[in-house]
Structure formats: C-alpha cells, structure tokens
Design a protein around this ligand. Structure first.
Ligand SMILES: [Zn+2]
Length: 595
C-alpha cells in the first residue's frame, strides 16, 4: 500500500508559512507545538496565505476558521482545532484510546519507525493520527472522529483502525450519528500488511453501521488519499467535501508520472468530484457546522414529528378560506399538455426551496456522474424530515439545456436509488416529483444501461420499507417517470399528465405524423381525470386559477398541504403493510375497471 500524498509535499501550497508541512516518509516537521497550545496562527502576528500570498493577521485567520477571506483558500486544521470548530463549547468527551500493537514489524527505513512515532507524538501532542469524541453540534449529539495530517500524514495504522472501529461501535451502541473528518496520505507503510488490514476492519465497521440505521457522514478535508479514501472515508451515507479538498486513491503526481498524461483542470478537487458523482456536496468551512447540524437533526427524529404544531398550509389556507377546487375539472386534453409543459411551472428545486424549511441537495450516484435532470436531497417539510427526489427542468432555455430538458440519464436513476436506500436506512418518507418527457434517447445512456437502471428503480421502490408519495407535477413521460413513480400514493397536479408515451411520439408512430398529437392526446385520454378513473392517481391536487405558473406561491402551498395530509395517512402503517399494500396497488392494474 502506497502512502501517497500526491503533490502536497512538493507544492507547499497547503499550510500557512509558520506551520510545518509534515511528510509521512520523513516524519513531522521540527517546529510543531503540542495540540493543547493555541491555534498556531495565533502564535504569529502575520502570515502569508498559502493560496494567494496575501498577508493575514494571525488572530483573524484563526477566527475565520483558517480560511483566507481574499481567495477562499482552506488551510489545513489540526484535529483539536477541527473539533473546536465543530463541537458546541464544553460538549466534547474524548473516547478512550485503547492500546494497540506498537511498531509491529520493528520497522526501520532511514530512521526507526519507533523514533518517528515518538517524534510525531511529541510534536502534535496526540498519541496517533485520529481523535475520537462524543460531541454536540448545535445541540445535536454525535460521535466525531477527526484525522490529523500532522501525525505521519494522517496515515491509517493499527491504532487508527482500532479507534475508528470503536468510534463506530460506540455510535451504534448509543444510536448516535457518526461523523468522520479525514485528511490522510493513505495506509501507514511502516506497519506493513497490518495497516492494509485496517482498511477492511474500518470498512466492515461502517458496513455494520449501515445496517443499523445510524447516520454516517464523511467530511473530506484536503488531502484524502489511498487506503483512507478507499475504505471508511467513502463508505458513509453522506460525503461532504470541504471546498477545495482533494480525494482519490492514487495521487495526481503518481498518475501523471505513470501515464504521461496531462491531468484535467481541478483533477480530484471538490468540484471535479461533485461533477463526477463521487461526493454529495461541496461545503465551505464556514457552512460546515450548520450543514452537519441539519443532517444530524434528521437522524434525531425517530418517528413522526410535527415540530411546530401548526396546521400545514393546506389548500384551504392557500385559497384564503375559500374551499379548495374540486378534483380535476375536465380540461381539453391538449390544453392539459400545454399547461403541464408551461415553462413557468414550479420545478422540483422550486418546491424544495419554497416548500421545505431547509433542504440539502445531495449529488451523485457514486459511480459515474451527477445527472442534472434528477435532483434529490434531505429537507424538513413543516418540521418533519423527508427525502425528496424529482425530475428537474428549468424556466429558461439555458436552464433546460443544462438540465437536459428533464430527461434523466442512468446516473440519475442510480442517484435516485442511492438516496431512496438512504431514506430506507434512516426511516425517512420519500417524496418524488415527476416531470419528465421521458428517458434520454441517446447512445451513452444506452451504453450505461438505461433500461436496467429504470427497472432496478421500479423494483427497489416496490420493496422500500418507508412511505413513498409520488406526485406528477407536470409531464409523466413513460419509463423515465415510472422510475420515480412506484409509490403508496400517487398524486397528480390538476394540469399534469402521465402517459405511456408523449402525444407527439404516439402520433408519429400510429398516425405516422406528429402533427396528429392533439388527436393522440385525446385518444390516450391525457389528463388527471383519466388517471383518477383508472386509479393510477389516488387524488388530484388543485392548482391556482390559470395553472401552477399563475401563482407559484399558492401552487406550492397546495402541494405542501396535500403531501402532509397524505403522509399522515401513511404514518400509521407498519413497513410490512406499506410494502404489501403498495404491491397490491400495482398488482391490480389491468384487472379492475374504471372507478
Ligand atoms: Zn488567500
């Protein structure tokens, strides 16, 4: 196992001038202080930002969490500093540090490993490269484990493996979320294959937690490489990447030297990772504590809660006391198509931002990409945590192009599946918002197994042991829609439709001209009323006069009220009954007549 810290040691752009940059192979630098000392930045009046070179007053730099306000560079922080930044004051209780094998191989390179260990302990004040503690973050309890790069490059050896495993076991025993903050060059070479085995030991500890319903979160700090990246750091429910941080298995210098290729800009950096579907979110250090607290609050909710105790903004409220419109006044079929596609209709992200108290978008399928046409995340809907997944279109041509017109690619379905599995682990209800022309007609989507991705989502949803509410908010186009549509309750907005194929597609195939789309729309019975008749939709959510785009605020409130009402109905059902009834619901299609 290579302990590869990439180009860190060579570039000297990571840490402020007064703090030595330790290199695992050479041991820590000569001038590090004990961890109980004040922030190193405070020890000097001025220091140069490693990102832009501007001079920063030391105390201000510490106050800014060691982030340069000029260029945004996130400088390294030690484990004690990180805990102090994240945890509520006086909330930290350090976990015991049990003895493990010391220098199991009696290893010596240019210096005996025993000497390097002694030196690292002296210079950092730590006993190894991880600190584990019980903490509270904005009042929310958690177990927190933080790696310290100063200690032999944050390398994973037997001590770290044992402590992380104990931290995971503590989290499971206490039912507390586990947060890992990583910065590491990889496994510790001086401990040989025993260090390699710590990857398995920590990975199985995380796997055990995944089965227990305890929320796990990684915070990737710069740099996280090698055996740490390929084990516990990336096995968590949510992977947050600190702004600018690098994550990878092999370091960029090794890759460039091995392949002779020029690496793409930003290779292995946070934004690159996000675009490639490998991390959930990129978060600035200043926002980290608040983001973690929100996610922890979700884990803290065991069952249904109505945090505010106020009635939701339902249809009646949105209509100023007037009764809600009755279900589905029968529109002209083509008028329904036109309204369902209106560019002003609220999108999934509009609902997320306007309907939820807060919403954290989670990205990526952790395999190949982050489809922009499906968005998802965790939010608080009138005080109760909900996992939201939906198709995403846009209001302008530029947005539509950026979102591929709401046509998902396979990584979109896989992202949705990943998030729905997370909901199942955490016991969160799932809300899906359907608005797509359909699946992506493209070569690469087929190469990546589009049909399989859709089929797997349908199967996954049919067995998910949490309430699922699907809402057709606009166009419900074929398999691309159904991949988010297998739910306990399906709601349809008044001006939405759900169809086996678009009217144009149907016309082109059966009428042999897409100009017959209006005829096709009528023949297909496009419209919410038809969905109700056949039981494909359980209820119709009214829209404001003129359509959802005419009064977006009212449209959001109407949907919010309908979703909360439906959630209350489903709340009383045992997971086994939910799945049984959901399967019966879909089992019956084609054997019963219209309502
Ligand atoms: Zn700077």
């Amino acid at each position: 196992m290579k302990s590869d810290i990439g180009d860190r040691a060579g570039s000297a752009v990571v840490t402020p001038v007064p703090v030595p940059v330790p290199v695992p192979a050479a041991g820590p630098g000569p001038a590090g202080g004990p961890t109980t000392a004040p922030d190193p930045a405070e020890a000097v009046d001025w220091l140069a930002c490693p990102g832009c070179g501007v001079l920063i007053y030391g105390k201000r730099f510490a106050r800014d969490l060691r982030v340069c306000t000029d260029c945004g560079h996130h400088a390294a922080v030690t484990a004690p500093e990180r805990i102090a930044q994240l945890a509520d004051p006086d909330s930290t209780e350090f976990l015991a540090e049990p003895a493990t094998l010391e220098d199991p191989l009696g290893f010596t390179d240019l210096r005996p490993y025993a000497d390097r260990l002694r030196e690292a302990r002296r210079s950092t004040g730590l006993t190894d490269a991880v600190l584990c503690a019980r903490v509270r973050i904005e009042g929310q309890p958690a177990v927190l484990a933080v790696l310290d790069f100063r200690f032999l490059g944050g390398s994973l050896g037997v001590a770290m493996g044992e402590r992380l495993t104990l931290a995971a076991e503590t989290a499971e025993r206490l039912g507390l979320p586990l947060i890992l903050v990583t910065s590491s060059g990889g496994a510790r070479m001086q401990e040989g294959a025993l260090a390699l085995m710590q990857m398995a030991k920590t990975s199985q500890a995380l796997a055990q937690l995944a089965g227990s319903g305890v929320l796990t979160i990684s915070v990737i700090a710069d740099p996280t490489y090698g055996g740490v990246a390929a084990s516990f750091a990336t096995l968590t429910d949510v992977i947050i990447c600190e702004q600018g941080a690098r994550l990878g298995f092999a370091g960029p210098r090794v890759i460039a030297e091995t392949t002779g290729e020029t690496l793409p800009p930003g290779f292995q950096r946070a934004e690159f990772l996000l675009a490639h579907g490998l991390v959930d979110a990129v978060v600035a250090r200043s926002a980290l504590r608040g983001t973690l607290a929100k996610l922890l609050s979700v884990a803290a909710v065991e069952a249904v809660s109505e945090a505010t105790g106020e009635p939701p903004a339902g249809p009646a409220a949105a209509q100023d006391g007037r009764p809600a419109p009755g279900p589905a006044a029968e529109h002209d079929h083509w008028e329904t198509v036109r309204l369902a596609r209106h560019l002003g209709r609220p999108t999934t992200l509009d609902y997320a931002r306007g309907l939820f108290d807060w919403f954290i978008e989670l990205h990526g399928d952790r395999i190949s990409g982050d489809c922009p046409a499906i968005v998802g995340g965790i939010g608080s809907l009138h005080g109760r945590p909900v996992l939201l997944v939906g198709h995403q279109k846009g209001h302008t041509t530029a947005e539509l192009i950026a979102r591929n017109f709401g046509r998902p690619t396979p990584d979109g379905y896989r992202k949705a599946a990943r998030l729905m599995r997370l909901a199942a682990r955490l016991g969160l209800p799932v809300l899906t918002l359907i608005d797509t022309q359909g699946a992506e007609p493209g070569v690469s989507a087929e190469e990546q197994g589009q049909a399989i991705a859709i089929a797997e989502n349908i199967a996954l949803m049919s067995g998910l042991p949490v309430p699922i509410i699907a809402v057709v908010t606009g166009e419900g186009g074929s398999g691309g829609a159904l991949a988010l549509g297998v739910a306990d309750r399906v709601l349809a907005l008044e001006n939405s439709f759900y169809s086996v194929i678009s009217p144009e597609g149907c016309a082109a195939i059966l009428w042999r001209t897409s100009s017959a789309a209006q005829d096709a729309a009528a023949a297909l019975g496009i419209g919410a009323k038809s969905l109700l008749r056949w039981g494909i939709a359980d209820s119709v959510v009214p829209e404001p006069p003129g359509g959802a785009h005419a009064d977006v605020t009212a449209a959001l409130a109407l949907l919010g009220g309908a979703v909360l009402d439906t959630l209350r109905v489903l709340d009383g059902l045992h997971p086994g009954d939910l799945v049984r009834l959901r399967r019966e619901r879909f089992r019956s299609f084609g054997t019963r007549g219209p309502r």
